[in-house]
Design a protein around this ligand. Structure first.
Ligand SMILES: [Zn+2]
Ligand SMILES: [Zn+2]
Length: 291
């Protein structure tokens, strides 16, 4: 196997179809030094805890691999912004299970979509997200914990009624949490672009990065989702494209890969692919952009 440059934290979302340990080996085989996974079907509320054997296999794979970090993406079903009691309860329960599992596996980051607003007042929905996060940590911390995973709020495209499509909204959610010390951010290049942040020109890039620094703080950015966008600027439509082949283009990704402010922040691809080889091409491409 080719030696992976682990000083560049680049990777992709990997399938767990063949087991958590195999997602690590597969990620490594396509040049990843970090990976992201779902811990269960992202269309299901409930999931079984991992067996002791699976946990052990995961630990061994991590130890024997060049994968520096595994990041978890929460289910697409969770919605911390809803008023509906049933969905809210299911959301809190699902994220608690996710926290339990990540604590057990030593995983630091659980990426969560802030939610979808079910009434007209976005502020109310943003508050609900903060409140849900507090409820989750309040329950989780009833026991003494050796490892406390972070909830990582992902920047959204603003498609439909999804919230969290501006840096101000993400900061507002975190600021409203009593447990804000456990809340981090994930910046998705395609989502922000669709939401009205124009990465394309050098000045635009600098302005976005300065805004991230001022409003969120790079120390609180747990990862980037590095995706090009199939849909135009400000379209509010979330469609990922392979790096350099979409509306954002190659140069912003070159800037990002060489930006000292986020050199230590993992960059995860979620680009379209039918085979692992195709995904490997995007990983290699990102690596090739590093000067
Ligand atoms: Zn996501
Ligand atoms: Zn997306």
């Amino acid at each position: 196997m080719k030696k992976i440059d682990t000083s560049v934290l680049v990777g992709a979302h990997m399938s767990i179809a063949k087991g958590f340990d195999q997602s690590i080996y597969q990620g490594e085989s396509i040049g990843c030094s970090v990976i992201q996974i779902f811990t269960h079907s992202n269309r299901r509320w409930l999931f079984k805890p991992l067996t002791k054997k699976a946990i052990e296999a995961y630990r061994i794979a991590l130890k024997n691999s060049n994968i520096a970090q595994v990041i978890v993406h929460a289910s697409y079903l969770v919605n911390c912004a809803v008023e509906n009691e049933e969905i809210r309860a299911k959301t809190i329960n699902n994220l608690l299970m996710e926290l339990e599992l990540c604590a057990e596996l030593g995983i630091d980051s659980i990426v969560v979509h802030p939610g979808t607003c079910d009434d007209s007042d976005e502020d109310v929905c943003l508050h609900r997200v903060s409140f849900a996060i507090d409820q989750i940590y309040e329950q989780f911390l009833q026991q003494e914990r050796a490892h406390i995973p972070h909830i990582v709020l992902e920047s959204m495209a603003g498609q439909g009624k999804s919230i969290g499509y501006t840096f101000e909204q993400l900061n507002y959610i975190r600021s409203g949490c009593n447990y804000k010390q456990y809340v981090r951010y994930c910046i998705d290049t395609a989502h922000t672009f669709a939401a009205g942040y124009d990465w394309r020109r050098a000045e635009g890039y600098q302005e976005i990065m300065n805004t991230i620094d001022i409003i969120l703080g790079f120390e609180l950015v747990a990862l980037f989702h590095v995706n090009d966008s199939k849909k135009p600027f400000n379209s509010h439509v979330d469609r990922h494209q392979n790096i350099g082949k979409g509306e954002i283009g190659m140069e912003p990704f070159r800037r990002l890969m060489n930006d000292a402010r986020c050199a230590l922040i993992p960059k995860i691809l979620e680009t379209p692919h039918e085979t692992l080889e195709q995904l490997a091409e995007d990983v290699a491409l990102l690596r090739s952009l590093v000067k």
